[in-house]
Design a protein around this ligand. Sequence first.
Ligand SMILES: NC(=O)c1ccc[n+]([C@@H]2O[C@H](COP(=O)([O-])OP(=O)(O)OC[C@H]3O[C@@H](n4cnc5c(N)ncnc54)[C@H](O)[C@@H]3O)[C@@H](O)[C@H]2O)c1
Length: 305
Amino acid sequence: MGRFDEKVAIVTGAGRGIGRAEALLLAAEGAAVVVNDLGGETTGEGADQRPAQQVVDEIIAAGGRAAANYDDIAQWVGGQALVAQAVDTFGGLDVLINNAGILRDKMSFNMDEAEWDAVINVHLKGHFTTSRFAAAYWRQCSKEHGAPVDAAIVNTASESGLYGNGGQVNYAAAKAGIAAMTIVMARELERIGVRVNAIAPVARTRLTEAVAGGFMDPSDGDFDRFAPENAAAMAVWLATEDSAGISGQVFAVGGGKAQLLQGWHPATQVEATDVWSLDSLTAARDDLTSGRATGVPPFMPPFEG
Ligand SMILES: NC(=O)c1ccc[n+]([C@@H]2O[C@H](COP(=O)([O-])OP(=O)(O)OC[C@H]3O[C@@H](n4cnc5c(N)ncnc54)[C@H](O)[C@@H]3O)[C@@H](O)[C@H]2O)c1
């Protein structure tokens, strides 16, 4: 008995790295998996069907069910076709793991338009194209059955976006946007039975091999803390019944550690007695920027679904 018997899953960017490990784990737990991968370079250029096909072959050789998909999830029609393929091939969709990614690192003052657009498109738009069509599919299922579905989206953010890594303004902005999208879609989809969470992984893959030096090497005689499988397990767990009730959350996972991350919240509050002016803001500056926690709620009212 697998945790995902009779379930259908999509993993984007599943030809390599963390996505590959996610697809293999889902399949080992009984899911039919649509293995999406364009097969591009780390910068997003080029295309190669072999990485996705190899993962499909591996799953089938182990007795599992899988189909390859080579669509570009940065395209609206790519996300749509991917969701449609899962439903047409395996009869439904239960789990969507958004993972595909590229890097085009530059300091902000040296970045060109193509570097900005490519990274925002693959990560931020590429998370939304699939999520949008999966959400529409689940909403339709929920309407037809008059009951919530039981489905999960797991996104892939990054500490780079949440803590603001220099040299990655395009990537960090996209990843912070993905964390925000996770919270928004968790609120929007709660009523139809879809949970939405994100991981912020650290793992040894081709994306990090070039920049991480030796610190991710599995050489200390311990278990392989930076194996992609470590990060993949958290993403897949967030789609199991064992994580029921968890939604709108971001978990860091890497190096054998896991953390619940929490983001923006009001840390201070000052109040005006008249329209804010430059002078009254200067007078309030110390109280406003002191960073003392006050427990005050945000201005935004709660979402009523
Ligand atoms: N490895 C880390 O330590 C780390 C840290 C933080 C975040 N992440 C995130 O984890 C995810 C996976 O990264 P990885 O390290 O496994 O990298 P990877 O390069 O090994 O795998 C990413 C895969 O995505 C595919 N892909 C890229 N653009 C695509 C597109 N438009 N359509 C379909 N497939 C596409 C690539 O072909 C590649 O196989 C990324 O979102 C990355 O930003 C990784």
